[in-house]
Design a protein around this ligand. Structure first.
Ligand SMILES: *Cc1c(COP(=O)(O)O)cnc(C)c1O
Length: 379
């Protein structure tokens, strides 16, 4: 079976976990490995501060707290995203206002954001789908003119950029995921990125159960206390040690994914029948992506269902995702769609994700392409 995903094991993960246990004697959060990871993210992105969290979902929750989202506030985001993007804000009592996507990148349509803004709007949450950046210049300009916060859901965007700026470092806050389905992983985990240094202390307090423990560890105060609201958002050093091995090997992991992405693009893009009948990913000029995902677009839902079956019969597991949030039970309860759903539902029913992970071989990629092409030749 060619699996859709397998968690990356690049080499030194177990060695570093052993070191955390037997040498560092530290299993809880914010030890040597967490600091190495934080520093790596800051160096790679230029964020004023980056902190590992227990998930991207939790990083989004911290961002919602930092934005001071309250009951009745509105938050704008695409409907084509993972439920966590909305959940983090719904937990604070926000109403979610969904905006249609662009069919070329599957990202929020920047030209539809402004008409979704009301007096209650507090924040815009662009999601960089497949590690391809949203039109951030335009989004930042809208936010500035309307006094809104921008939280980037860059769960899929680690090591990707827009106009030379790292995804996650452009908005007020950025959220990364290191879930095992993402490019670099620690099982479950994520990070919050702060663009501005004046938010560091507040973010540290929220992440550390509402205490000023970080200040205490830096020797800036004598004892730490409960100073504000917060929760427990620190991952264990065991997870951070696993992640550090991957961040150290980031170039090899990046190049490995990119070579497979390029091979998919090359084989499928040079087949006449595919070019005629299947949509392939589009990368805007100003974006550098990270080969997080290779997807294709079938004609419609029925064709996708048949293709998935055909691939499965040939030992290949290809998957789709995201029932548009506005059409899901919770989405109906907590949100509304602004304007017309021209592309969100239609494009979500066409999209199919192909296997892409560290253990996948180039021969596997060739086989997947061959089976897709053979499907279109007989159907
Ligand atoms: C994976 C993902 C998340 C959630 O990440 P976790 O680390 O699993 O919480 C959120 N948003 C998007 C767009 C994602 O792809």
């Amino acid at each position: 079976m060619i699996n859709f995903n397998e968690p990356t094991l690049s080499g030194k993960e177990l060695e570093y976990i052993t070191d955390a246990v037997t040498v560092e004697h530290k299993l809880c959060g914010d030890g040597k490995y967490t600091h190495k990871c934080n520093q790596w993210i800051e160096e790679q992105t230029g964020a004023a501060k980056a902190m590992l969290t227990t998930s991207c979902t939790h990083a989004l929750e911290i961002a919602a707290l930092l934005c001071d989202i309250r009951e009745g506030d509105e938050v704008i985001m695409p409907s084509y995203t993972f439920c966590s993007t909305a959940d983090a804000f719904v937990l604070r009592g926000a109403k979610i206002v969904f905006v249609d996507i662009r069919p070329d990148t599957m990202n929020i349509d920047e030209n539809l954001i402004e008409e979704a803004i009301t007096e209650k709007t507090k924040a815009i949450v662009p999601v960089h789908y497949a590690g391809v950046g949203c039109e951030m210049d335009k989004i930042m300009d809208i936010a500035k003119r309307h006094g809104l916060k921008v939280v980037e859901d860059a769960a899929q965007g680690v090591s990707a950029s827009y106009k030379g700026k790292a995804l996650g470092s452009i908005g007020d806050y950025g959220c990364f995921s290191f879930h095992e389905t993402k490019n670099y992983c620690m099982g479950e985990g994520g990070a919050i990125l702060l663009r501005d240094p004046d938010k560091i202390e507040e973010a540290e307090i929220i992440r550390e159960k509402g205490t000023n423990r970080s200040k205490f560890f830096r020797g800036q105060i004598d004892k730490y206390t409960w100073v504000d609201k917060g929760s427990s958002y620190l991952p264990s050093e065991l997870n951070a040690a696993y992640l550090w091995a991957q961040l150290e090997a980031c170039e090899a992991i990046f190049n490995d994914r990119m070579s497979k992405w390029m091979l998919y693009n090359e084989i499928l893009g040079s087949s006449d029948v595919i070019r005629e009948r299947v949509g392939l990913p589009y990368i805007p000029e100003e974006c550098k992506h990270n080969a997080h995902m290779f997807y294709i677009k079938t004609k419609d839902l029925e064709e996708r269902t048949n293709l998935i079956r055909h691939l499965r019969e040939n030992g290949i597991n290809a998957v789709f995702h995201y029932v548009p949030l506005h059409s899901a039970g919770a989405g109906i309860k907590y949100g509304r769609f602004s304007g017309e759903d021209k592309y969100t539902t239609k494009e979500s029913e066409r999209l199919l994700r192909l296997p892409l992970h560290y253990n996948l071989s180039l021969e596997d990629v060739e086989k997947v392409c061959e089976k897709i092409i053979s499907f279109y030749k007989v159907n």
